[in-house]
Design a protein around this ligand. Structure first.
Ligand code: HBI
Ligand code: FE
Length: 280
């Protein structure tokens, strides 16, 4: 069993012994308490209040179609909406899973979602991704044609990257463009990244604060950019639309080796070809 969770951080709270070899398990709706459903609704209400001003319209429009209002969502119901739209479905996992399994699921259009929810005293911050982050943050854009194509293409790169020891640049791409991505919209800048939109502090900070760098999306820059995992991001990348993100994936296979060998750009540091994106 130790071998099974090799490559994962120590002390994860999920029950990995219950999981299949591909790290999935069955979501059991009966395991959620009334308090769990209340936690979901509290988080949903708080984040929803921020969306109109701060979230990308692609995210808001699709969130409105999802059965999230009453409490912790049932993955079977959500998958029934996803499949006819973009071919994705949700699979339940105990928490973080090893890179290889994660990439395989994405390539097959299965999105791994942690089945448990945070405790009431963790509303503002949690280290591991829980069901609120995974569902609220990631699932709306799985209904978007271009973004969901981008994410499946990302999964398909995992094998090549593992073979040549270039998983780090791929993790940077996921971090900056899936978790913390911004999009230009109607003369302003909105958030679509799951890490931003599942955090109330970062939702406001990323889209309004004058402090962070906001740079025009550049794949080669992103693949070399280090990040903080436990603080607000000092640098965000801004796309024009989700088709741009998908189109940029075509060039990644040819960039991976060079990105692996390049000097990483420290979090928040500038780089010579940066193009700033003003807030207005
Ligand atoms: N597992 N459940 C889960 N969720 C993630 O976002 C995730 C993961 N395992 C690996 C991983 N992310 C990262 O290494 C990606 O950047 C590849
Ligand atoms: Fe995430």
């Amino acid at each position: 069993m130790e071998a099974k969770i090799q490559g994962l951080p120590q002390g994860l709270r999920g029950d990995y012994h219950r999981a299949r070899p591909d790290f999935t398990l069955d979501q059991d709706m009966a395991e959620y308490s009334a308090a769990d459903h209340a936690t979901w609704r509290t988080l949903l209400a708080r984040q929803s209040a921020l969306l109109l001003r701060h979230a990308a319209s692609a995210f808001r429009d699709r969130l409105a179609r999802l059965p999230f209002a009453d409490g912790v969502p049932d993955f079977v119901r959500v998958s029934e909406l996803l499949r006819p739209a973009t071919g994705w479905r949700l699979v339940a996992v105990p928490g973080l899973i090893p890179d290889g399994a994660f990439f395989e699921h994405l390539a097959a259009r299965r999105f791994p979602v942690t089945h448990w929810i945070r405790k009431p005293e963790e509303l503002d911050y949690i280290v591991e991704p829980d069901i609120f982050h995974d569902c609220f943050g990631h699932v709306p854009l799985l209904l978007h044609p271009d973004f969901s194509k981008f994410l499946a293409a990302y999964g398909r790169l995992g094998e090549q990257a593992a073979r040549i020891g270039a998983l780090k640049p791929l993790a940077k791409l996921y971090w900056h463009m899936v978790e913390f991505g911004l999009v230009r919209e109607g003369g302003g800048i909105r958030a679509y990244g799951a890490g931003i939109l599942s955090s109330s502090a970062e939702t406001v900070y990323a889209t309004e604060s004058p402090k962070p760098r906001r740079l025009r999306f550049d794949m080669w820059r992103v693949l070399r950019s280090d990040y903080f995992i436990d603080d607000l991001q000092p640098t965000y990348f801004v796309i024009g639309d989700y088709a741009e993100l998908f189109a940029a994936m075509e060039r990644v296979p040819a960039m991976l080796e060079a990105a692996r060998d390049a000097e990483p750009i420290p979090p928040g540091a500038p780089s010579p070809d940066d193009i700033p994106c003003p807030l207005h």
